[in-house]
Design a protein around this ligand. Structure first.
Ligand code: ATP
Length: 363
């Protein structure tokens, strides 16, 4: 894919707080109109990186370029961005209109133009007619829309969002999430959102930057991050994943307990231990039909009906357990019940192998 020049270039950015290194030589390009999510567990450095981009914190080393210009030395007021924080951070004593128009005052805009701009912005975030209300008279979701309108008032080149949805309840959060995405598409503003919610990142981002302990683990589209995790940490942090210790066999094979599976060792050396990853939804039911493909014998330990699918805890003959998601149809057709023996397939193209000992995330 040709993307042209990056809108934002982060070059070897590190940030120390005393002896502690919160960012460890981060490099990243963000392209015009992209919606990028910084995703990672608490403390991984997401907010620190966002604050460095905004100029609210200055990096210890490295550079940040916007449209090819080094902005590392500029104060926040001279950087072209709008920002929304987790806490709505509105002025409680100002009306909605005054909050949204705050950044416009002191400029050259006439009162009438300003009022028109504010009403356009409120229409954009679905709050037409709410100009004269005060923040306390609005719901959390509405307050966050006001904060978004305020961040967009100056038509910034870059929209920075620091967990903007995490204080809202689940239903409002999901609704606002899809609205935010549609709005971002429409106005095509380059956007960076910090989140620790992997579902949110998968749903909203064009690209996800997965961070861990001050480093970038992987950058990719939601589909790439989910289906081709580059490290065990990413595999574990995003979505559900089974992890099984296996041994690399000579040729294109691995050993799982007493079963040898036809799975290429991904460059790992025969005789070495490795970690096999497979998502619960990628495990296929084979009934107890004769062995075919990469199958293993299991026993159903436990089953949970979860509405649109069924999650089963399977016990392998080697004693290890495996989580599998089956469709309701499969469950009904095969009459799956706890205690039952079940042959399942681990499709070769859905399995990933990582060197043993590679760290996994803790949820
Ligand atoms: P969260 O989701 O919890 O906000 P985060 O990934 O955004 O996490 P940061 O806020 O970027 O994490 O913090 C990264 C690390 O830097 C953390 O270990 C934090 O304790 C540390 N840190 C952040 N700001 C400071 C500061 N001003 N002084 C000292 N340490 C800090």
């Amino acid at each position: 894919m040709t993307r042209g020049n990056p809108y934002l270039r982060i070059e070897f950015v590190s940030k120390n707080f005393g002896d502690f290194q919160a960012l460890k030589s981060i490099s990243l390009d963000i392209y015009p109109g992209e919606f990028v999510c910084f995703l990672g567990p608490s403390g991984c450095g997401k907010t620190t990186l966002l604050r460095a981009i905004a100029g609210l914190d200055i990096q210890t080393s490295g550079r940040i370029l916007q449209n090819g210009v080094d902005i590392s030395g500029l104060p926040p007021s001279q950087r072209d961005f709008g920002i929304v924080f987790q806490s709505y951070a509105l002025f409680p004593n100002l009306t909605v209109a005054a909050n949204v128009g705050y950044g416009l005052t002191g400029g050259r805009m006439s009162r009438a133009d300003m009022a028109r701009r504010v009403s356009d912005l409120l229409a954009m975030v679905g709050l037409s007619g709410q100009e004269q209300k005060y923040p306390a008279q609005l719901s959390g979701g509405q307050q966050q829309r006001v904060a978004l309108a305020r961040a967009l008032a100056m038509s910034p080149g870059l929209l920075l969002l620091d967990e903007p949805l995490s204080a809202l309840d689940a239903r409002v959060r999901q609704h606002l999430r899809s609205e935010l995405k549609q709005l971002q598409r429409r106005i095509n503003v380059t956007t960076i959102m910090v989140t620790h919610d992997q579902e949110e990142a998968l749903a909203i981002a064009d690209r996800i930057v997965v961070m861990n302990e001050g480093r970038i683990e992987q950058v990719g589209t939601p589909m790439e991050i989910y289906r081709q995790p580059a490290a065990a940490f990413v595999a574990d942090f995003v979505g559900h994943m089974n992890f099984l210790a296996v041994e690399i066999e000579p040729g294109r094979a691995i050993r799982l307990g007493e079963v040898v599976l036809d799975i290429p060792g991904a460059g790992l050396v025969a005789g070495q231990g490795a970690t096999l990853c497979i998502r619960p939804e990628d495990i296929q039911v084979r009934g107890i039909a004769p062995e075919q493909g990469n199958t293993v014998m299991t026993r159903i330990e436990h089953m949970e009906f979860l509405g649109s699918f069924c999650r089963a805890e399977l016990r392998l003959t080697c004693g290890r357990s495996l989580r599998a998601d089956f469709s309701i149809n499969a469950m009904r057709d095969l009459g799956l019940v706890p205690g039952q023996a079940l042959r399942v397939a681990l499709p070769r193209d859905r399995v990933r192998l990582f060197p043993q000992g590679q760290g996994v995330a803790h949820h």
